[in-house]
Design a protein around this ligand. Structure first.
Ligand SMILES: Nc1nc2c(ncn2[C@@H]2O[C@H](COP(=O)(O)OP(=O)(O)OP(=O)(O)O)[C@@H](O)[C@H]2O)c(=O)[nH]1
Ligand SMILES: [Mg+2]
Length: 305
């Protein structure tokens, strides 16, 4: 099996080859002057790093250059990698508190097609491997095929599965699942919800209701909202997600589809501009393609194959 870093490097090939790797070739035989710094800035902006994070990185690069702290191309890359790693790690925190009471409930939300159901399947597998007792609840009663899709994931990872008929009230399924999770001694209950646009007030209210109802069974401190973001949408994802977070709150983010996209730089913009940490990243469509997010590894994979 590939190590986490190796797999990340493989997944980020396109982001690295088409964008961040270019900085290396740009530096060859050049002096680090204002023109070169401007060119690096342009590459970062094109790489979906976002204005705010780019400014931060470039300001630090300028500062180090003026202090004559950079002697060669490797020096520049090292500084960029360190700055990026710093931004990425600023808001990281542990997912599991020690001796935390169970069941934990993860409410998986996000706009349409971002990878929620797939992520629930991968997370179930991930926690099962850690010997946790996992339950999945299918609260997407919107799309006819959604429950079936999730049932397949649950079967693959061999975890408990709670579903209801299409058209049933999602909150009532969440309630039933919470009761079942509590009585069966489940460690983590993953609730898959229907994709929704942040602008659809009634759907946002439905999410609030799912949470409220779950809180009748399980203490609020054990319930977490996880927002799933499609990494291939780049900068567009950020403004959309900001509104989402304001409306329903969010404890952490899961960024999917970072494999095969050149937009992997968006992780830096997300860390800089959104006030919530990223705890997992999606690197493919299969069950093993989910990694806990590691800032240092990510920064390393952006520059080195
Ligand atoms: N390459 C890649 N594809 C992914 C990843 N995560 C999900 N997908 C694909 O994205 C598509 C949508 O995934 P779903 O899990 O159905 O998305 P969803 O958010 O549940 O969709 P709705 O419930 O319709 O809102 C599927 O084809 C998945 O295989 C990922 O990390 N990498
Ligand atoms: Mg889904």
């Amino acid at each position: 099996m590939l190590s986490a870093l190796k797999k990340l490097k493989q997944s980020l090939t396109k982001t690295r080859d088409t964008i961040f790797g270019q900085i290396g070739s740009l530096l060859k035989g050049r002096k680090l002057d204002d023109d070169l710094i401007d060119e690096i800035e342009e590459i970062l902006l094109k790489a979906d790093v976002g204005i705010s994070a780019t400014e931060k990185i470039i300001d630090n690069l300028r500062k180090k250059a003026s202090e004559n702290k950079i002697s060669d191309a490797d020096g520049v890359i090292n500084i960029l990698r360190d700055e990026i790693s710093k931004i990425l790690s600023a808001k990281r925190r542990e997912i599991f508190a020690e001796n935390s009471p169970t069941p934990l409930v993860w409410l998986i939300a996000g706009v349409n097609g971002t990878g929620k159901t797939t992520t629930v399947g991968k997370l179930a597998h991930y926690f099962k491997k850690q010997n946790k007792k996992v339950m999945i609840a299918a609260c997407d009663t919107f799309r006819a095929a959604a429950v079936e899709q999730l049932a397949i994931w649950a079967e693959r990872s061999g975890v408990d599965f709670v579903k209801a008929q299409t058209g049933a009230d999602p909150a009532s399924i969440a309630y039933d699942a919470a009761v079942a999770a509590k009585s069966r001694g489940i460690d983590i209950l993953l609730i898959d919800t229907a994709g929704r646009l942040h602008t659809k007030t009634n759907l946002m209210k439905e999410l609030e209701k799912i949470r409220r109802v779950t809180e009748k069974v399980i203490p609020a401190e054990q319930i977490f909202s996880r927002l799933v973001i499609d990494g291939t949408t780049g900068q567009n994802a950020i403004s959309q997600v900001k509104i989402f977070i304001e409306a329903i709150g969010c404890d952490s983010l899961i960024i999917t589809k970072l494999d095969g996209t050149a937009k992997g730089g968006v992780m830096i913009a997300i860390a800089e501009e959104l006030s919530v940490p990223v705890d997992f990243i999606g690197l493919g469509e299969s069950i093993e393609d989910l990694e806990p997010f590691d800032a240092n590894n990510y920064a390393e994979a952006l520059f080195n194959a």
